[in-house]
Design a protein around this ligand. Structure first.
Ligand SMILES: Cc1cc2nc3c(=O)[nH]c(=O)nc-3n(C[C@H](O)[C@H](O)[C@H](O)COP(=O)(O)OP(=O)(O)OC[C@H]3O[C@@H](n4cnc5c(N)ncnc54)[C@H](O)[C@@H]3O)c2cc1C
Length: 419
């Protein structure tokens, strides 16, 4: 059974009638909310009969969300006997939601399964699911391990206009679902699991996950990238209290207010444009004197009446009480410092590769990207790196899917030699 959609009356009744209730405060326009749907529905199934798992759309129940102390979505709140025990905001994986629930209900400990495969693909973004499609069509027994839901970063974007074949564009979540279904049509398998440890040098290679151990002759690393933080003091503490990384998710909370966008690339430009339609004023803080973003963004941004720019500037400090009140910025040319009053700060300063698990096993570049040429072969035979995780000049969906196909081509040769 999927999570139950509730209005205020149903929510209050659920709290009154049940010892344990897990509630997801969400909205259909929020990409991070949509991304957790699959994992959340799975939780509803796993806890059926033991805990009520519900969802409240904050568009319909704004006041209720405020009363529950909500500031960002998705927010998951766990209630016991009608009282909130705690919450998590924007869970990055199903395993994190499982851990959160385990404070009141330990997960049924089932013996961790060990399974063997010809290929394990870590990450269900466009690179991972293209590898899965090519592997399945080549008759390779392949499984995709994904910690949240298909699509990766692609699923965070409402409109993709540069992926060939969609003349009117396509939203990232739909494209993700299509890629997954296409791979599964040919027999690729998907498991919702977070990889926590890897031994890539072992034969077979060992992949430890939240759902058991997977052994594989070949491994395709497709873990992509995550937002890069600014690195200013108290940034983490202020997440959800004014600091955010997803304008499409949290922009709505700044209607009529002043917000700052930090960055000058495509994501920052898209965020600034989106926020200019919601906020009263948008201030773009960028360390250079011109945008790095594609030309298509320049004209609309420069002509938006409520968008201002602070060129050659970096954020040095967050000014806050309980919530963000402003930032301090420094002009990198003159050294002059000033304060900018704002209610929201959206950080859009690039991505960092999800390569933590690989340190000490594979060659990484100075930024943490895995070194491999166009063949996608890494320094360990039988291990391939694809998509945004690979050191390469352009990180887009088209380049990610190309890597996925190439990796399987190389793996086929490797598997044939091993036979
Ligand atoms: C806001 C935004 C807008 C964009 N717009 C466009 C656009 O218009 N056009 C375009 O071409 N590109 C766009 N991009 C870039 C594009 O989304 C990426 O290049 C592409 O998604 C990279 O694909 P990937 O498969 O390499 O990695 P990702 O998409 O990052 O997928 C990686 C997957 O691996 C999973 N994962 C990570 N670690 C683990 C683990 N330990 N265990 C299990 N699973 C794990 C993650 O949950 C994720 O699902 C955009 C990116 C962003 C952030």
């Amino acid at each position: 059974m999927a999570a139950i959609h509730m209005n205020r009356a149903a929510f209050e009744q659920a709290l009154q009638d049940n010892e344990l209730v897990l509630m997801d405060f969400w909205a259909p326009w929020c990409p991070d909310c949509v991304r957790i749907t699959e994992a959340y529905d799975q939780i509803a199934q796993e806890f059926e009969g033991r805990m009520v798992v519900g969802k409240v759309n904050i568009d319909d129940e704004k006041e209720l969300f405020k009363e529950q102390g909500g500031r960002r979505i998705p927010t998951l709140i766990l209630y016991q006997n009608g009282k909130a025990l705690g919450n998590i905001v924007e869970p990055p994986s199903k395993a994190v939601i499982d851990d959160f629930i385990s404070q009141v209900m330990p997960k049924k400990e089932e013996p961790k399964a060990v399974s063997e495969h010809e290929m394990v693909i870590i990450g269900g973004g466009p690179a991972g699911y293209t590898a899965a499609l090519y592997a399945a069509r080549a008759g390779i027994d392949a499984v995709v391990l994904e910690k949240l839901s298909a699509g990766g970063q692609m699923a965070l974007t409402h409109q993709i206009d540069n992926y060939p074949g969609f003349e009117d564009g396509v939203d990232g979540f739909t494209l993700a679902a299509k890629m997954q279904q296409q791979a599964e049509r040919f027999g690729a398998k998907s498991v919702n699991a977070e990889v926590i440890r890897l031994d890539l040098k072992a034969e077979p290679k060992v992949i430890e996950t939240s759902e058991g151990v997977f052994c594989a002759k070949t491994v395709v690393l497709a873990m992509g990238a995550n937002p890069r933080e600014l690195g200013v003091a108290e940034e983490r503490e202020m997440i959800g209290r004014g600091v955010g990384y997803c304008a499409a998710c949290d922009g709505m909370f700044y209607r009529g207010k002043t917000v700052v966008v930090v960055g000058g690339g495509n994501s920052a430009a898209a965020d600034a444009l989106l926020l200019s339609r919601i906020a009263q004023k948008v201030i773009v803080v960028h360390r250079r004197d011109t945008l790095r973003a594609t030309k298509v963004y320049h004209k609309p941004l420069m002509s938006a009446e409520n968008v201002e720019f602070r060129w050659n500037s970096v954020v040095t400090e967050l000014v806050h009480g309980d919530v963000l009140q402003g930032i301090r910025i420094k002009d990198v040319k003159t050294g002059e410092e000033s304060e900018v009053a704002c209610s929201g700060l959206f950080v859009s300063v690039g991505r960092k590769p999800a390569s933590e698990l690989l340190k000490g096993q594979l060659e990484l570049d100075e930024y943490g990207y895995v070194l491999a040429d166009e063949t996608t072969r890494t320094s360990i035979p039988g291990v391939y790196v694809v998509g945004d995780l690979r050191a390469k000049p352009m990180r887009q969906i088209v380049t990610a899917v190309a890597d996925g196909a190439t990796a399987v081509h190389m793996a086929e040769e490797y598997l044939a030699e091993k036979e």
